[in-house]
Write a protein that binds this ligand. Structure first.
Ligand SMILES: [Zn+2]
Length: 367
């Protein structure tokens, strides 16, 4: 389908914070060549795009504000949290724990069918020669990528080892960033393996032990930079991340543990993406119940916010939930970029520049 190769997600974006929402790009200006040009947000009154609608030429871009609005009161590092005000019925879909060779293609097919954008929070160890092309496909089909750690260690900050913990958390996300970017520049499964060997100096497909994430991530990043220099530079403007299980921002974490994660995020320059509602696909006793999953997704999508789903959710539940969202005029699925614009008043590319190298968690200034 030629049209879908350059899919434009036209979605109605009712913003509570910007009554004259300009058109927004999902991809930053230095987005990879594999990326679709951009996803556009239509005016509030625009109907949901159907494949039969003609594509309109893009409108002139609004000038980029020089500074992002970081003066809002918040107690967490920059990002999205359940306490954020959110327009009713406006949904950001997020899928965690992929890429998975069997499950992720089904998610991508359903998103394509409904022309809905999503953000995938990827686990570094899952990116290999079997799955690297799925990462390319996510970007090519207009989705957003984020890091979700290398090995899904939910206790990264819990061990509370001070600077060692900060370096470990940083190593988890930096190593995942490296793997995502290698996936985006790889030309074949064999090429991905060759790049893996070169960057990590391990046999292709080797599981990288936790200790090496903390002590070797800078060496990984240096060798990775050499690869990127040969292949046209950084292929993706990474800015979004999500901690495994939301720890230490949910549950019984201590302020000290949170401080360690805050510090790591500040050095990474990443936004921390939590969620407002979840599908329930991790619920140990009910994750296989179709009705439980579809009810959760329907309820939270009507409320609006960031929805937490996993690539491994029952396909029939996801299919039914997305179809329900697609036919409900009160629900609008928007790219996470729209949420950045709404909360921070700038693009993620500009926000990323503000966050990069901030040295400590960038907590919005108090009034
Ligand atoms: Zn996860």
């Amino acid at each position: 389908m030629e049209k879908l190769r350059s899919v434009f997600f036209l979605v109605a974006f009712v913003t509570a914070c910007s009554p004259r929402a300009p058109e927004l790009r999902v991809a930053a200006p230095d987005a990879p060549s594999v990326a679709v040009e951009s996803a556009k947000l239509a005016k509030v009154t625009a109907p949901r795009l159907s494949p039969s609608l003609p594509e309109k030429p893009p409108a002139p871009e609004a000038p980029e504000p020089a500074q992002c609005k970081l003066e809002v009161k918040e107690k967490h590092p920059a990002g999205f949290y359940p306490s954020d005000a959110w327009p009713k019925g406006e949904v950001v879909l997020t899928f965690d724990d992929g890429p998975h060779p069997g499950k992720t293609p089904k998610v991508l097919e359903l998103l394509k069918k409904h022309q809905m954008p999503a953000t995938f929070f990827l686990v570094g160890r899952n990116i290999d020669k079997r799955t690297y092309a799925l990462v390319q496909r996510m970007v090519a089909e207009g989705h957003t990528l984020g890091t979700h750690s290398y090995n899904h260690d939910v206790g990264m900050a819990v061990r509370n080892l001070g600077e060692r913990s900060v370096e470990y958390i940083r190593g988890q996300h930096e190593t995942t960033r490296v793997l995502i970017e290698l996936a985006l520049v790889a030309k074949s499964p064999e090429d991905f393996d060759a790049l893996f060997v070169r960057v990590f100096e391990e046999k292709a497909g080797t599981y990288l032990p936790a200790g090496s994430l903390r002590t070797k991530w800078r060496a990984f990043a240096e060798r990775h930079a050499e690869v990127l220099a040969e292949r046209g530079g950084r292929p993706y403007p990474m800015i979004f991340s999500r901690p495994p299980a939301g720890t230490p921002y949910v549950g019984l974490s201590t302020p000290d543990q949170k401080k360690l994660y805050d510090a790591a995020l500040g050095r990474l320059g990443f936004l921390n993406v939590m969620w407002h509602g979840e599908s329930g696909d991790t619920n140990p006793t009910r994750k296989h119940e179709l009705g439980f999953l579809t009810d959760n997704l329907a309820r939270f999508s009507r409320k609006g916010g960031v929805l937490l789903i996993h690539d491994y959710i029952r396909t029939d539940a996801l299919s039914s939930a997305l179809a329900g969202m697609a036919k409900n005029p009160e629900i609008r699925v928007v790219p996470i970029e729209a949420a950045v614009k709404c909360k921070y008043g700038c693009s993620s590319a500009v926000l990323g520049q503000s966050l990069a190298g901030s040295g400590s968690a960038l907590v919005a200034a108090k009034d």
